[in-house]
Every structure is written in structure tokens, then in C-alpha cells.
Design a protein around this ligand. Structure first.
Ligand code: SF4
Length: 406
């Protein structure tokens, strides 16, 4: 069956881990030969013969969690410029770190990143631990990241299993058990292949294979070093792996956001609670978000008395576990208006200095126009909300900008 043909489920006729025709075992050497010719040049990756820098490896691995290489590259470069060492990152104010991260999404990663840098400096003298266990004890480092850093930065025999590796391994061995239940089998299969002499290169080779050849759709099996050994390819079923458990539907939560413009151009903002979703980030004041919120109750959460106008449309943003539909209310207030307790008026020209996540930029742009985030000489290089990945990696278009009177 051609790889593009779809079937509801992979065939189970072929036994798992079947010996390929000819009896040749799957070996890391084939993959490493391919990697030596086709490895990707990435800003955080050591060149052949160079020692890997644990700080760069760690920083890139945290940034790459849930985010694409293309999206991470400019953030990585900017981070290194601003925080060239783990000591510099540890010593930076948290607002500066959150600001440098704004737009990458999944903001708990940024908080953990900062906490991890502080722990490495305070508890390890600025040197990252060189074992999986030592790395896992640090904030924000889970099983995958510990395995990746241990292998890539310290050449430890470790399995770094992310989504790309899961795809390659489930196809290679035709693992028909649905994810995430198959994680243990995938990890075991990966670990069995790690060569003791080049664990770091093997980890990166698997990542490259998954990212460039063994892609979710239409894998380029003809270019794959394991083509003749791959059980899923031999069955013509590559695209059916990894098998996924049925998806739960993502609920929609709704709420209000209040955009207040003072006569001098300043905009009312506040800082979210340090823990939880978008913790520590800046936002215009708003209501709680819930599935049963209705627009008629919006005004109850207004931060101050004003002539509110409810704008047409909603700002839609996809988070990992739910979709937000925010109704936006806008008001103008007099020049001398003081900010309510716990809030601040930020001058318009300083808005790009605020750690605003993508969803909040979309809300402000909905009310005030996209030009609010246009690059300026002072903020050159900072992206607009609509060009950055959101917390759910699926920035949704703003439906309509300005609206009618409520
Ligand atoms: S042969 Fe195809 S499906 Fe199998 S590992 Fe290689 S690219 Fe993936």
C-alpha cells in the first residue's frame, strides 16, 4: 500500500520488532553515517569536533519544548545576547527574563528557566549537573530534557524521546499501542539503540531524522537510512504511526478584557498572579474565563467607571487545554486618571517593554490597532503578536478590529 493511502488502523499482521528481511538488525551506525552527511546546522549545536556548551544545549531544549526550531532561533539568539552565561541569566530581574520570552508561549517555562539558572549558580557553582538524575532535580527539567542534555552536552547514554523520536520509533518497530501508553516501549526501543561512543550525536541524529525525513505526513522514506529495516514502511503504513488515543474535545472558555486608554496615550495594565497560566505576565484587566460566562455580565468586572464600548467580534486564542474567546471593552479616560490598586498606566511608547503574551497583544491590537506593536528603533526585532506562536501554538486571527457602542 502506498504511504499516502490512509487506513483507520495499522495492520497488526506483522509482529512487533520483526526481524527485517535478510535478518540485518537496526543499528545506530546507519543513522550516524547519514547524520554525518546531513546534520542540520543549528545555532545551539556544536560543530563537528567542538565540545557542546551545556548552557546553550539547556537553553535551546527548554525553548524547543512545544515550539518549532524556526520560531525558537531568533529568541535563542536574543537570549544569548542579553544573557550570555547562566550567571548573567540568574542575576537578571525576572521581568527582563519574561520580557525576553514574551511571544514564545508556555510561560511557566520561562519562570522555570530563570529558577533553574539560579539553582545552577547557587547550588552547582554555575556548572550544570552531568547526569540525568542531577539534571532532573532542577526546575523545569523533565525526563526528555534531562535525557537530551545528558546525551548532547555530556555524552551520557540516555534516551531523549520527544514527539519526533516517538514517530520514528513507533514506525521503525510498528508499535501499534496508542500513545501515550506506548511511551515506555518507545523509550526502551530508543535506549537499546544508543551507541556508547556517540550518544549525543545519536540523540541529535534521531531528532534530525524525525524533523526532516520521518515527517508526520508523507515521510521521505526513500532518503531514510533505515528504509529497508522499517516495519511500518515495509507494511506501507508509515503515516498511521504513532497511533493516537482518541482526542478529547477542547472546551471554549469566554471572558471580558478591558482596554483603557488615558488621554495622554497611556494604557491600563496589571500583572497576573505569579503561578498558573501566563503567570507573572502583563495583561489588560479582565474577568475570569469560564465556559458559562455570558457577555451581559462583562461590565461587572470593569476596573473603573467609564463609558465602555464593547467592540465587535471576539479575540480567539487557542491554549493547550481550551480555546479562549475574549470580548473586548474599550474606554477612554481623562489625563489625570489614577490607576486602580494593583494596576498601572503604561505609556504607549513603553508598551513593548511590558511582558505581554501573544493573547494579550491580540486583545490590545483588537482595541487599539496593530500599529501599537509596530517595531520601533528602540524595540527593533520584537515581533508582532500575530507573527508569534501563541500558548497553544495556534494564533487565531482577530475577526474585526473596531466596534460599536455597547
Ligand atoms: S523508513 Fe520512513 S517511516 Fe520508517 S523511519 Fe524511515 S522515514 Fe520513518
Amino acid at each position: 500500500m502506498p504511504a499516502t493511502q490512509t487506513r483507520a488502523e495499522p495492520s497488526l499482521e506483522e509482529p512487533r520488532n520483526a526481524e527485517p528481511a535478510g535478518g540485518k538488525p537496526i543499528s545506530a551506525a546507519d543513522l550516524l553515517t547519514w547524520y554525518d552527511r546531513h546534520r542540520r546546522a543549528l545555532p545551539w549545536r556544536a560543530r563537528p569536533g567542538e565540545a557542546a556548551d551545556p548552557y546553550r544545549v539547556w537553553l535551546s531544549e527548554i525553548m524547543l519544548q512545544q515550539t518549532t526550531v524556526m520560531a525558537v532561533k531568533p529568541y535563542f539568539e536574543r537570549f544569548l545576547t542579553r544573557f550570555p552565561t547562566v550567571e548573567a541569566l540568574a542575576a537578571a530581574p525576572s521581568e527582563e527574563v519574561m520580557n525576553a520570552w514574551a511571544g514564545l508561549g508556555y510561560y511557566s517555562r520561562a519562570r522555570n528557566l530563570h529558577a533553574c539558572a539560579k539553582a545552577v549558580v547557587a547550588e552547582h557553582g554555575g556548572r550544570f549537573p552531568d547526569t540525568e538524575d542531577g539534571l532532573r532535580a532542577l526546575p523545569g527539567i523533565g525526563a526528555y530534557t534531562a535525557g537530551a542534555i545528558a546525551a548532547i552536552a555530556f555524552d551520557r547514554v540516555a534516551a531523549a524521546v520527544d514527539g519526533n523520536v516517538e514517530r520514528v520509533m513507533t514506525r521503525l518497530h510498528a508499535i501499534a499501542e496508542p500513545m501515550p501508553k506506548a511511551k515506555a516501549a518507545v523509550r526502551e526501543a530508543t535506549l537499546a539503540l544508543v551507541p556508547p561512543d556517540r550518544p549525543g550525536d545519536f540523540a541529535q541524529a534521531l531528532m534530525d531524522l524525525g524533523a526532516t525525513i520521518c515527517t508526520p505526513k508523507r515521510p521521505a522514506c526513500a532518503l531514510c537510512p533505515w528504509m529497508s529495516l522499517c516495519a511500518a514502511r515495509r507494511a506501507g503504513e508509515a503515516e498511521l504511526y504513532p497511533v493516537k488515543a482518541p482526542k478529547k474535545t477542547r472546551e471554549t472558555r469566554r471572558g471580558a478584557a478591558f482596554v483603557v486608554e488615558r488621554a495622554d496615550g497611556a494604557i491600563l495594565l496589571r500583572t497576573r498572579a505569579p503561578e498558573g497560566l501566563l503567570g507573572g505576565m502583563a495583561e489588560p484587566p479582565g474577568s475570569a474565563w469560564s465556559v458559562d460566562w455570558v457577555p451581559s455580565q462583562a461590565i461587572l468586572d470593569a476596573p473603573l467607571d467609564a463609558r465602555w464600548k464593547r467592540l465587535d467580534g471576539v479575540v480567539r486564542h487557542v491554549f493547550t487545554h481550551f480555546t479562549l474567546e475574549a470580548s473586548v471593552l474599550h474606554a477612554r479616560v481623562a489625563a489625570g486618571t489614577a490607576a486602580p490598586d494593583g494596576m498601572r498606566f503604561t505609556p504607549r511608547e513603553a508598551i513593548s517593554q511590558e511582558p505581554l503574551p501573544s493573547v494579550m497583544k491580540k486583545i490590545l491590537a483588537h482595541a487599539l490597532g496593530e500599529a501599537l506593536f509596530a517595531p520601533t528603533p528602540a524595540g527593533a526585532g520584537r515581533g508582532r503578536a500575530s507573527k508569534e506562536p501563541g500558548d497553544g501554538e495556534a494564533p487565531a486571527p482577530v475577526r474585526k478590529r473596531r466596534g460599536r457602542a455597547a
